[in-house]
Design a protein around this ligand. Sequence first.
Ligand code: ADE
Length: 419
Amino acid sequence: MTKNTSDISDASLAAAGEARIEWADGQMPVLRSIRERFAADRPFDGLAVGACLHVTAETANLMRALVAGGATVSLCAANPYSTQDDVAAALVANHGVSVRAQHGESVDRYAEHLSNVLDAGPNITLDDGADLVTVLHARNPSAAEALLGGTEETTTGLLSLRAMEAAGELKCPIVAVNESRTERAFNDRYGTGQSALDGILRATNILLAGRTVVVLGYGWTGKGIALRAAGLGGTVIVCEVDPMRALEARFEVVPALQAAAKGDLFITVTGSVGVLGAEHFAQMKDGALLANAGHFDVEIDIGELSASAALTSEVRPLVKQYDVDGKRLNLIAGGRVVNLAAAEGHPAAVMDMSFATQALSAARLAADNRLTVGVHAVPADVDDQVAQLKLRSMNVEIDSLNDDQRAYRHSWRPDVDEA
Ligand code: ADE
């Protein structure tokens, strides 16, 4: 049934995709335990889930958990360049998921695939960038109103959803998975921190030791990238607009225009737009490398780069060189999210926690205690549960508060016994 509702690149890649999914599953014990629980409890029986996520082996394991829980699942890509075609093939062949995603698909095809997923009439949406749920609101407000709710995986997606909420246009509950405690601490810092550099190194094979690495944006992800770049021997410079974050940085902090003249490698991770533009390109050294680790490809002004270059050439598969006033500027992965476009995204061990949170949040939306319209934090017990399950999978035991300690926490007079 699902095969003819799919649009994938090459069905013959299913065996390779399955091996990849299994490898990731081996590093996702929390999600696996949730899949087993879902198979028994069937929280999604009779429900359709529409997902717009990066089509990776880790996402495949989330899809397996939802299917085990009784959901009918349709999946499209959250970025045209992050789709692993072999994984897409395996999901269709072996896991009963309807997949519309092809690596390198055009913008039109990407939009068509989103539309196809919405045509399946989801009761719950899972987003990484808010595309699915925002298109649903624009296209069919009454269907958006009827949604049990959606989950959102990125900071950028939450910015749009909160803007909709402020304008009174959001019509369903959204769970801000991105802001869960486990997600912040592990996904952004360790996941993107490692995989952004992985993508840059795969694409360029440069030695980081001795290079000046400019990190633009010092949120959790910027912190992770900076730490890892320093660990590999780079000299890190941070550019940040938030005074508190700038103060926190344990690296040199300067405005972007000053950093432009110093950097060998620039990594944008601000979630903003036009962070590196004409005036920065004019200051950069010959041979500078530019990469973006933010969700959208708007942080580096690629239009300006193309317009001002006398010549462009593909110097390596994922590296485009622009000759700007006799200087060679190298753009990695077209300025798209580099950890997914040039590598495989966050490691499975990190996605284990994010997707466990997604799965449990979706199950909460499916339960009949309907959340109110608006953007909601991940329920605290879901966060705790995910962290507990991860610790258990690592055979780590922790202490718990005794009665006195619990009473002390809840009393405003520590000298008075609450009991
Ligand atoms: N986002 C970042 N890394 C990812 C991964 N490996 N799979 C799905 N979404 C991701």
